[in-house]
Design a protein around this ligand. Structure first.
Ligand code: SF4
Length: 435
């Protein structure tokens, strides 16, 4: 059996807590945004001291931190950008993730020892581009999300000495990786400077669906007063292909992409020789970084040992909030496999964080700040780097007066629960498992 090379598992770190959790649950590296200078300006709590501490923790564990500086600043901001790069370079991150060619040139000349990875924002879709960036001195290209498996394979074969990073899991963009004006137009939050608010997923009403010619629209009828449907044909390139649009009382969601999940094609990505698999989601919770890291850690390890992906990987990704999953453009698809036309709310998933464990007594008693309702008979458990550990809710008491409780109603309540083993409070997450 030929042993497959394990790709790096790269997780999002919106904060030091994300970093700590991602490493504990199996990530090899994290990426964190330099405030104001990386796309995804919200949900980015990584100040200079956090980078210092995070890089120290990563290097102590033999892991890596990639600092994201992928904004494309206008000319008047370049001097400020250079000052930030000078500060960041002193901290010795394992790489800068950048997108702007001019700034890449400046940083390359000034700090030749710090590797630069080309951001997905640069939309690299062919081997010629990869070779160009290799000549410039970059060590890795984060490939555009718009490539198929076959195309990634072709690029890797033509550029075997250049590292390629591919998005493995997380939200997708209807535009070409963030090159979009929808959010800027509808919400005055420009996606191209990292402020996207997912406006593409809003509900859009269909009104007055009467096109210029009868060929464009064939039906538009009210169905029991709640559902409208129209069939639309794009006559230039898709003659004869009728797209049905429906609108119910909640609206129509024409551009609500499902989330990317590459577990079904992970083996192929590893066989191609992809060097790094990236989890999207710097604005998601530390639990998300931890859970998806564990799902892909287990999957990568299994594949590289010649085994099947364990059920636990699928159970985790299917149990946390998502918009449903697709392998997107990696595989040929019909549009209804990539979009969720029914709703713009994520499916809440079966794993709900229900408490934060603030301390543990010597006798094992857990002190818990309640985050979401749970009952003493609920299925509750600790999510840990070693897997789920069931909790017994029968000893549930109110922390204020030690009186027994049947229900921990929600935020604002502090409760106690007996437990018979030591819990690592820095990584354990208390969950309610819904059926
Ligand atoms: S609004 Fe939608 S399409 Fe535009 S950048 Fe945001 S996620 Fe992408």
């Amino acid at each position: 059996m030929t042993l497959l090379k394990k790709p790096e598992l790269l997780a999002p770190a919106g904060s030091l807590k994300h970093l700590h959790m991602a490493f504990a649950y199996g990530a090899d590296a994290v990426y964190a945004g330099v405030p104001k200078w990386s796309l995804r300006v919200r949900g980015n709590g990584f100040i200079r001291e956090d980078f210092m501490q995070g890089i120290e923790e990563a290097h102590r564990l033999g892991k890596k931190v990639h600092a994201v500086l992928n904004i494309i600043p206008h000319v008047r901001r370049v001097a400020a950008f250079e000052r930030i790069v000078d500060e960041m370079a002193q901290l010795k991150p394992d790489a800068f993730i950048m997108a702007d060619p001019g700034l890449i040139d400046i940083v390359r000349n000034k700090y030749p020892d710090i590797p630069i990875h080309l951001s997905v924002q640069a939309n690299t879709v062919n081997a010629g581009s990869v070779k160009f960036w290799q000549k410039v001195g970059l060590t890795r290209c984060i490939l555009a999300r718009e490539l198929s498996l076959t195309e990634i394979d072709m690029i890797k074969q033509e550029c075997p000495d250049m590292e390629v990073e591919v998005f493995a899991h997380g939200a997708l963009c209807i535009a070409v990786s963030g090159r979009c004006l929808i959010s800027g137009m509808l919400s005055h939050r420009d996606a191209n400077i990292g402020a996207c608010n997912n406006s593409c997923r809003y509900g859009f009403n269909i009104r007055n669906v009467h096109a210029a010619t009868a060929d464009d629209v064939t039906t538009f009828e009210a169905d029991d007063g709640t559902t409208l449907s129209a069939q639309i044909e794009e006559t230039m390139h898709h003659k004869g292909e009728w797209m049905t649009m429906e609108e119910d009382l909640n609206g129509s969601y024409l551009m609500n992409s499902k989330d990317l999940c590459t577990l079904p094609v992970l083996k192929r990505l590893i066989e191609i020789g992809v060097d790094s698999l990236k989890i999207e989601g710097r604005s998601r919770s530390p639990f998300y970084s931890a859970a998806i890291s564990r799902a892909y850690r287990l999957a990568i390890d299994a594949i590289c040992e010649g085994k099947e992906i364990p059920d636990e990987s699928y159970n985790i990704v299917n149990s946390i909030p998502s918009r449903g999953y697709t392998t997107a453009l990696l595989e040929p698809h019909r549009p209804d496999k990539t979009q969720d036309y029914e709703t713009n709310s994520p499916n809440p998933g079966k794993l709900q964080i229900c408490g934060e464990i603030t301390s543990q007594d010597d006798d094992g008693t857990l002190h818990i700040d309640v985050k979401n309702r749970f009952e003493k008979n609920s299925h509750i458990a600790l999510f840990t780097p070693e897997g789920l550990v069931d909790l017994d809710g029968s000893s549930l008491v109110n922390a204020r007066d030690n009186k027994p409780l049947d229900v921990a109603p929600g935020t604002g309540w502090s409760v106690k629960l007996k437990h018979n083993s030591k819990v690592d409070l820095s990584t354990a997450v208390m969950l309610r498992l819904d059926e």
